[in-house]
Design a binder for this molecule. Structure first.
Ligand code: SF4
Length: 371
């Protein structure tokens, strides 16, 4: 299994918590960016000969902010230059303030079959405080346009004065309007963002409160029939994100565009985050890669375990043995016993108990200590 990621770094305005590579008020650079992106897609194609890609993901930024012709043309070029499976999962991230019926129709004509909508919260005052460009009502309008489609909603936990009722209300609205998948993230105040000042001023809930809010969200999603299949991701049966599952399985992926990461043929590499540098490299037909590393066997094993234990399936013993040539239970048996109260173990594999997921980081650290 392999995936393709395309980064679209333009947004209408910058949210207060955002530290993604995204630019507001640079619409005049969209056309030039896509010209470079198209070239990069063609330049990388020879390296992917013989590989079938099962997912394509447009992320950002706000891919739905730019004209849909750019997205359609990008997807067409990818399909012309890469082997994309007939039944590939093709996702686009959308901001509710940018969604129209015409755009959705154009995406579907182009082959997009999954939509990921950044809702974050149903609280209009908080949406304004976060400098989101949409209201709850605009989310509902977007969701109505997506009825019958496979769509996911992003929800944030740990907002200003956040309450259990607000978390449940956001989830209730998303699910009542047909979302089949929810990504629920705890807000992380990143240094350098405006939100970080709120965090320093003590305006955001503390870690214990966030954990309680999160667990309330988990319980609500379960009560509405969504299964937690990864630490932060919940889906109705059959609606898990294949693109993200590929990341967690350490599958290969190629990234196109500014700041895009790739994991391909045992190497990790990423493109520059500087738009001018990206365009200049591509104009000279030079790959805009600023970081590249070969993943060592020990790093590969750590990644395998760390990523697998984020998921409901956990570490699959047969897959581990195939990848690393040794028995997981023999190598980690003593640690598995020590951590038994956090784990569910059977002949197929080992996974963290759902009710212990909140200490997933600690369990993984203990397992990987002194490797
Ligand atoms: S819409 Fe997303 S990428 Fe754009 S500024 Fe907001 S958080 Fe950042």
């Amino acid at each position: 299994m392999a995936g393709i990621y395309v980064h679209v770094p333009f947004c209408k305005q910058k949210c207060t918590y955002c530290d993604f590579v995204s630019f507001a008020n640079r619409e005049n650079e969209v056309e030039g960016y896509f010209t470079s992106l198209f070239k990069e897609i063609v330049m990388k194609a020879p390296a992917a000969k013989g590989v079938t890609f099962h997912t394509v993901y447009f992320g950002g930024g706000t891919p739905s902010f730019v004209e849909s012709v750019y997205i359609a043309a990008t997807l067409k070029l990818i399909k012309q230059n890469y082997c994309v499976a007939q039944n590939a999962e093709i996702t686009i991230e959308m901001n509710p303030g940018t969604v129209t019926a015409e755009k959705i129709a154009a995406y579907k004509r182009a082959g997009i079959n999954r939509f990921s909508v950044g809702f974050q919260t149903a609280d209009d005052a908080e949406l304004a405080r976060l400098n989101r460009i949409h209201t709850k009502a605009e989310f509902i309008e977007a969701a109505k346009l997506l009825q019958g489609e496979n769509y996911s909603v992003d929800i944030m936990i740990g907002l200003h004065d956040h309450t259990v009722e607000q978390v449940q209300e956001s989830l209730r609205v998303a699910l009542n309007y047909g979302a089949s998948h929810v990504s629920m993230y705890a807000l992380t105040p990143e240094d350098g963002t405006p939100l970080y000042t709120d965090y320093l001023n003590g305006e955001l809930p503390d870690g214990d409160t966030v954990a309680e809010l999160y667990e309330a969200g988990v319980a609500y999603l379960k009560s509405r029939g969504l299964r937690r299949y990864e630490v932060s991701n919940f889906a109705r049966d059959g609606y898990q994100s294949r693109h993200n599952l590929n990341y967690w399985k350490r599958g290969e992926y190629l990234g196109f565009g500014i700041a895009a990461h790739s994991f391909y043929k045992g190497k990790r590499f990423s493109n520059t985050e500087n738009l001018a540098e990206y365009n200049a490299c591509i104009a000279k037909e030079v790959f805009p890669v600023v970081f590249e590393e070969e993943v060592s066997p020990i790093e590969a094993e750590e990644e395998f375990i760390l990523l697998a234990l984020r998921t409901e399936e956990g570490v699959n013993f047969a897959e581990y043995e195939k990848a690393f040539g040794t028995s997981f239970t023999q190598k980690y048996g003593a640690k598995l016993q020590k951590l038994a109260s956090f784990l569910n173990c059977d002949e197929k594999g080992v996974r963290i108990l759902p009710e212990k997921m909140y200490v997933q980081d600690g369990v993984v650290a203990e397992l990987l200590a002194d490797l």
